[in-house]
Write a protein that binds this ligand. Sequence first.
Ligand SMILES: *Cc1c(COP(=O)(O)O)cnc(C)c1O
Length: 223
Amino acid sequence: MNLRAEILTACKSSGRPPDSVKLLAVSKAQNMNAIKAAYSEGQLEFGESYLQEAKDKITQLPNANWHYIGAIQSKKTKEIANKFSWVHSIDSEKVARRLSEQRENAKEDLKILIQVNISRDKRKRGVMPEEISKLARKINSLPRLCMAGLMAIPSLSETDLQSELSFRELKQIGDQLRSNYGFEECRHLSMGMSADFVSAIREGATWIRIGSKIFGMRIKEKA
Ligand SMILES: *Cc1c(COP(=O)(O)O)cnc(C)c1O
């Protein structure tokens, strides 16, 4: 069964409309010809984790929508602010503030997802669940940014049940942000990768980030 069919089946069995889940093709460390082939078959949303590598791809496919999903160094925020339409990996006010200052006025607001350290793993990036509402309110107040939702990567060591519970918790945090603060746009949940997207869909994912299941093994994995 191909990926699109698997996504459809997961939507159906979860009682979710198929257009409520979007596929982000994670193209980091993948071959440009394969990325272009996916694009010509109608895949328009691509995720990248490393700015240097992404820049060349963005130049070659300027009409695709590019999502930044990796760690962000402060000195690179200007390019990230303007070459991408979504950033899934915000975990500090400092970086949010720089993106807000550096996003060009003519562009539509940069969609921001806060990366949540949902497994509360000290070695992992992301904001602890209890710190999210403070950062979300800050982002919501900054010009040129749209507080669009939350992202999480459960720890690899977690069991299927643990990651399912993590996805469920992420959804609850998002629901609370909307009901407590009225953040209308804050309805996206970026969760689920090649190995666990079915349970992420069941738990409410709106973006699933899939790399190897679309493109195969990555050519080179950077540190
Ligand atoms: C690489 C990466 C993915 C894709 O992982 P696969 O297991 O290849 O689907 C998804 N999300 C993030 C943040 C990544 O860095």
